[in-house]
Design a protein around this ligand. Structure first.
Ligand code: SF4
Ligand code: SF4
Length: 289
């Protein structure tokens, strides 16, 4: 089972929930420890809480075109086929804009002179390790200034195959843009973390729309419960989004998280709350549609 943890914006406690859920699953000896994928490749931070020892590293990227000018007749077909405007023919010159290229290979395929070869463009690295609790941990880290997160996330998700019965937790990037959609696309369940404020409600609405569009079962964790207003609860009731867990607002928790502690490090009694959260998710995933 793949559980994606997402939120419409940063700072809602998404990684707090994802890491403590992983630790609670790792404490259950009846199944293999979970596989944790930090898909927030622009600003990965789950390693600060789970502290894996990295054992393997691999560069990741896409293939971009390289034009052999001696074969090129400047026919312009490559520029016509590229929907991302990443290749242009200007007079007797062919220009490749690597930062716009999605590595689809169409230009190389269509070139009648076979003047285009494909060369690797490294966008970042994938890293793999294990934590002291036995959690299998992998993350992607994009190179600074790299504009496209989606290829890195896609390759991270393919890189490590889960064992049978192993639960996969995917910590999605914040927001509701393409990298989030790519992160949650193959999930069996989308766990939406929010806070009970008008800002939280605004972003929850956007995140819930992703669940609807991808036809994913979803549920909500309310972080910092006790602040704000009833807007999130009313929205969840109207949308039939189950509220699966509430984490009360507590300044000591916020301070501990800022120092790199997980919720279950600080409050071991929360282990059973996260196990109960997982059991609710499992019931919802296994429920007939
Ligand atoms: S399709 Fe090939 S031959 Fe035509 S302009 Fe592009 S690189 Fe040159
Ligand atoms: S590989 Fe695809 S995206 Fe990149 S330049 Fe060629 S056609 Fe455009």
């Amino acid at each position: 089972m793949r559980i994606a943890v997402a939120s419409g914006k940063g700072g809602t406690g998404k990684t707090t929930v994802a890491t403590s859920l992983a630790l609670s699953l790792a404490s259950d000896s009846t199944r293999p420890p979970p596989l944790f994928l930090d898909c927030d490749v622009e600003a990965p931070n789950a390693h600060l809480f789970l502290r894996p020892t990295f054992e393997r590293r691999q560069e990741v990227g896409i293939l971009i075109p390289r034009v052999d000018e001696s074969k090129c007749t400047h026919c312009g077909k490559c520029a016509e086929v590229c929907q991302y405007h990443a290749i242009a023919v200007l007079g007797k010159k062919v220009l490749v804009f690597a930062q716009l290229c999605h590595g689809c290979g169409s230009c190389a395929l269509i070139c009648p002179e076979h003047a285009i070869s494909e060369v690797p463009d490294v966008m970042g690295v994938l890293e793999f390790g294990t934590t002291r609790a036995g959690i299998v941990f992998a993350r992607g880290v994009m190179n600074v200034g790299e504009p496209m997160a989606v290829p890195v996330i896609r390759q991270l998700k393919k890189w490590i195959a889960p064992q049978p019965n192993q639960i996969v937790i995917m910590d999605a990037p914040p927001g509701t843009t393409c990298p989030v959609v790519e992160s949650v696309r193959s999930a069996d369940f989308l766990l939406l973390v929010t806070e009970p404020t008008p800002f939280g409600l605004h972003d929850l609405k956007l995140a819930a729309q992703i669940a609807r569009e991808l036809n994913l079962p979803a549920g909500v964790v309310i972080n910092r419960d006790g602040i704000g207003d009833a807007g999130v609860e009313e929205f969840c009731a109207a949308e039939r989004l189950p509220i699966l867990m509430r984490i009360p607002f507590d300044r000591a928790i916020a301070e501990g998280i800022a120092q790199g502690q997980t919720l279950v490090d600080m409050r071991p009694e929360c282990l059973s709350s996260f196990q109960s959260l997982f059991n609710q998710v499992r019931i919802l995933v296994e429920a007939p549609a």
